[in-house]
Design a protein around this ligand. Sequence first.
Ligand code: GLU
Length: 457
Amino acid sequence: MVQSTTLTKEVEAAESYTARIFETVKKRNPSESEFHQAVEEFLQSLVPVLAKEPKYEAAGILERLTEPERLITFRVPWVDDNGNVKVNRGFRVQFNSAIGPYKGGLRFHPSVNGSIVKFLGFEQIFKNSLTGLPIGGGKGGSDFDPKGKSDNEVMRFCQSFMSELQKYIGPNTDVPAGDIGVGAREIGFLFGQYKRLNAFDAGTLTGKGLNYGGSLTRTEATGYGVVYFTQEMLQDKADSLKGKKVIVSGSGNVAIYAIEKAHELGATVIACSDSSGYIRDENGINVATVKQLKEQERKRISEYTTHHPNATFVANGDIWSLSADIALPCATQNEINADQAATLVKNGVIAVAEGANMPSTLDAVAVFQENDVLFGPAKAANAGGVAVSALEMAQNSIRMSWTFEEVDSHLKSIMKNIYKNASATASAYDASGNLVVGSNIAGFLKVADSMLTEGII
Ligand code: GLU
């Protein structure tokens, strides 16, 4: 009796601590809904650990974790092909360096603003911690849209962006990489400008081309990692990907390699999408065609049907209305709401793993969990990309490069460990099977304990 009253008191104290923190975050970052959402999801998971361990509140860990160490905003002026002066806004959030130099991608997309980079940077702290590698959390980008721009325009933009960003990054301080809108072409231009203003230092950026310090398997890593994670979730239930019908949203870097690996492991991916709509191909999406359209020609996904007349394109269609065993959202944040989650459940989905960052709304996650759908949250399921980025940094440091097989086998075991850690942590905190709680707590503990050791900074 006494024990349970004490426990309730401690839980109440933890709940009031997290509520207080959430209020401060909202007040200090008004109208930044994506950032609020990422913090809310995280704080909800932490109550059991905060109730058990008052030391985190005593050291103001949540107050410090939710405030970026540094937020840099800058003007990015450039000139388009017609001689017009354009101005975009550049960002880098250096969120937390408790366990290593800031690490995280750059996103170039018109939707990028302070809220988006903060939500991404905040999640990156715990994702990076889960990889087991020594990398802190950061993120950045710009509201620049590479879509429809010429290569020269993209180059001039990247050069201007890096002229400012280079003041704040370096192999031991902050190591950017790609994200939406930043692929091999952009990383090349960014690296070239960094080198021109500083020196050739391969460890400054990851996702580089193989000729100048890139790592084999980095291109494939996020997509492959999502599928390895899905495989772990299924294996725990004595199931596998063999014969499963899969929907993958998006058709960018994450989606392409998720499709490729899902097919390799015996599943059939029947649909993928871009911002104009989705394509459906019951024979299985031909990944070579998607690569050609998206990686080389930079075309719309609707073009797929000209190569495969049996497939259909649904303009502005809802990919989540299709029925499948497995759903892999690999497009962008908040692409699945509660209604769409309910439709997936009704249509028989058994597993969902997030390739994009925060693709499911809080309500959508609740729908999956209430219906016992295996749910792999982004922080855990899509950590393969940044994990191989850390392996790229390691190779750059020792001035060597590993084979595809070596890096792939590291990736596989990292994804396996993330799953095991998240699953064991969930069980240890009475939330067996809840990988959201497990990932958040496991990611938190390593960072929070390092912060305790390093003093009030
Ligand atoms: N942008 C990716 C992510 O969301 C990769 C970051 C990196 O490789 O640093 O994790």
